[in-house]
Design a protein around this ligand. Sequence first.
Ligand SMILES: Nc1nc2c(c(=O)[nH]1)N[C@H]1C(S)=C(S)[C@@H](COP(=O)(O)OP(=O)(O)OC[C@H]3O[C@@H](n4cnc5c(=O)[nH]c(N)nc54)[C@H](O)[C@@H]3O)O[C@H]1N2
Ligand SMILES: Nc1nc2c(c(=O)[nH]1)N[C@H]1C(S)=C(S)[C@@H](COP(=O)(O)OP(=O)(O)OC[C@H]3O[C@@H](n4cnc5c(=O)[nH]c(N)nc54)[C@H](O)[C@@H]3O)O[C@H]1N2
Ligand code: SF4
Ligand SMILES: [Mo]
Length: 726
Amino acid sequence: MSTNSRTAPRICPLCEATCGLILTIEGTSVTGARGDRDDVFSQGFICPKGAAFGGLDADPDRLRTPLIRTDGVLREASWEEAFDAIAARVPALIEEHGPQSVGVVLGNPNVHTMAGALYPPVLLKTLRTRNVFTASTLDQMPKHVASGLLFGDAHAIAVPDLDRTDHLLLIGANPLESNGSLCTAPDFPGKLKALRRRGGTLTVIDPRRTRTARLADRHVAIRPGADALLLAALAHVLIEEKLADPGPLAGHLDGLDELTQALQEFTPESVTAACDIDAATIRTLARELAAAPTAAVYGRIGSCTVEHGTLASWLVDVLNILTGNLDRPGGALFPLSATARAPRPAAPGKGFSLGRWASRVSGHPEAKGELPMAALSEEIETPGEGRIRALLVIAANPVLSAPDGDRLDRALAGGLDFMVSVDPYLNETSRHADVVLPPPPPSQSAHFDFAFNSFAVRNQVRYSRPAVPLDADRMDESEILARLVLAVGGMHGAPPHTVDDLVIDTALTAAGAPKELAGELSGTSGPERRLDLMLRLGPYDLTLDRLLAHPHGIDLGPLEPRVPQLLKTRSGRVELFPAPIAADLPRLRRALDQERAGLVLVGRRHLRSNNSWLHNVAALSGGSNVCTLQIHPKDAARIGLVDGATARIKAAGGEIEAPAEVTDAVREGVVSLPHGWGHGRPGTRMSVASATPGVNVNQLLDGTLLDPLSGTAVLNAVPVSVTALA
Ligand SMILES: Nc1nc2c(c(=O)[nH]1)N[C@H]1C(S)=C(S)[C@@H](COP(=O)(O)OP(=O)(O)OC[C@H]3O[C@@H](n4cnc5c(=O)[nH]c(N)nc54)[C@H](O)[C@@H]3O)O[C@H]1N2
Ligand SMILES: Nc1nc2c(c(=O)[nH]1)N[C@H]1C(S)=C(S)[C@@H](COP(=O)(O)OP(=O)(O)OC[C@H]3O[C@@H](n4cnc5c(=O)[nH]c(N)nc54)[C@H](O)[C@@H]3O)O[C@H]1N2
Ligand code: SF4
Ligand SMILES: [Mo]
């Protein structure tokens, strides 16, 4: 460290673990990053991505100024010109074609920025469009739907109590590479090791022998797509063998008899062929779960982005409930974040409804106010009233992350009157925009984890102010999004704090708090004032000033039971066997007799990756972070594929070619490709990524395969055929 360098704490925005980092800063450049040993939550943990913060922050391919399309070409423009262009087009389109003519796409990094948490809700309210598409329907929507139906609150997601549990049954997740999801836990690997050290057990269900599986006491290489059947059989055994005991939760449960009845036919013997797991193992898994002093069942991507994703997610909670582990220490608990509404006395709520409206073209039911991302192309392409004519894309790259990118690519190129991308990169999606609005690098942005604190394995709160002052020609992403709201809402030119003032006023009214409180809020920006208000109205005795006095965060203690206060179902009880689930169960029953595909495709993540947008950071590229088709030696031999040879993979949506990686880390009958690759398209500005483009796995999907209850795309357990290229 040179003499003129300084350090600043910054929460890492690169995955859900939310580690505290200490950045080394020389002038205005981040030259290093290490784990913050004083961070109350992450206590010094860092992974290779966090360590590469400086390289990502300083990536020369990051856009510095807005871009505007003139005569078909994107050129650099001023902020004023950019917002003028938006204000000139969007309100007029709405005026002529109605609110549905504007679609909104929200991508994953919105949950990793303050702006992404604070402004998109206002944008959607302003636009009143039902054409809302987010990364959730490529990801965790099944968890939201299951929670909505069970507890009446789609955001009430129980997380495994990693630090205290005696037994973790982990399904379709690989936290040793992903660092965890819907379970915010810095040093997930260390927590799994600690679980084993204290005598606990880890069971992993995954068709691949992942790094997480290698750490486990037991790894069960299930046939992809069969988890809901396995989980139903586990619940069946618990009930049949009288091992079910919901404990204190028993007094708050509805539907136990109906559940018992419905699960009767899902015997271990009946699911064994579909899962490719013998019945004795299934019984053992159930007995171990019941016998553990405390246990938690946890399912992620591999159990969500599949045909029975909602049923599997529901069954995860059913198992936690039947074993008495839901809402008890050591089991699966509901976090209480510092910006949540303060708990209210237990009372019936409004409940959770699905399908309040449907998508225009295919009639997909909405879930949580969203339509399936897989239906975006057809909503742009198909003529008629309500067609999407303008698209606002914030932090999303659906050309790579959603099914059938080539079709979406064509729709964005030829089917829109106007498109805006808020994105730091000119990539496969943003290259189609008429206006690109680039946020500043993370070192110049403040950070607060509105979303992840409510999935954290320990209640805590931390806030980072910008580590480096905003460059003169830059605009904070909060201001970008506030100005976007004003520009599309017919208030172009109003000061951005207008948006924050409005939100603060509405929040005070909703909370029944005195309006004078607005004048007492501290903070140097709209987002800070809003954060201060949320903290003041929240469940802990907190203010922004108190938070600022604790740069390494404030620990708020271990997770605690929250039922029944948390329940918002109409009955005020946990609804174990909700009607939409009951109606979907026959589909699961039919899966028992389905013919099984020869080869099925699953995904995988690499530790040094992040969906589609980290391939441009040299320090994170190369090595084993490559786009290869993993295939079992026996399957490879049958097909005549050797390691390194080119494989052609075909499925309903198209065909792609990738180098084969012959490995017994995938089970027989399964091949694996990572997502987020396919950077070869013209007109992008990602020099490192386009040098090793890889192929887009999602080109294999045609977008018709969805989990019907949640609208989530089936990204795993997809039937494919593989041949060797001569
Ligand atoms: N086959 C397959 N497909 C998958 C998955 C899979 O497992 N398999 N996973 C799915 C999952 S879980 C997800 S969440 C989705 C993700 O899908 P997306 O959200 O569409 O994809 P990302 O690659 O995360 O791209 C996010 C975009 O945000 C931009 N960005 C980065 N930082 C910022 C920022 O601070 N502000 C703004 N405004 N933009 C920023 C990036 O440049 C990029 O363009 O992909 C899904 N797709
Ligand atoms: N390094 C890195 N970290 C990330 C990301 C990243 O791209 N890279 N992305 C972030 C995002 S957006 C998310 S949502 C999280 C996701 O975090 P995780 O849920 O941990 O996601 P994956 O690492 O994709 O692990 C999914 C596992 O499911 C397995 N699987 C596939 N199909 C099935 C099936 O049918 N049944 C079962 N039982 N297993 C199956 C796969 O083999 C894989 O090992 O990771 C986040 N963290
Ligand atoms: S584990 Fe996630 S939050 Fe922690 S340093 Fe790595 S990328 Fe950042
Ligand atoms: Mo995700």
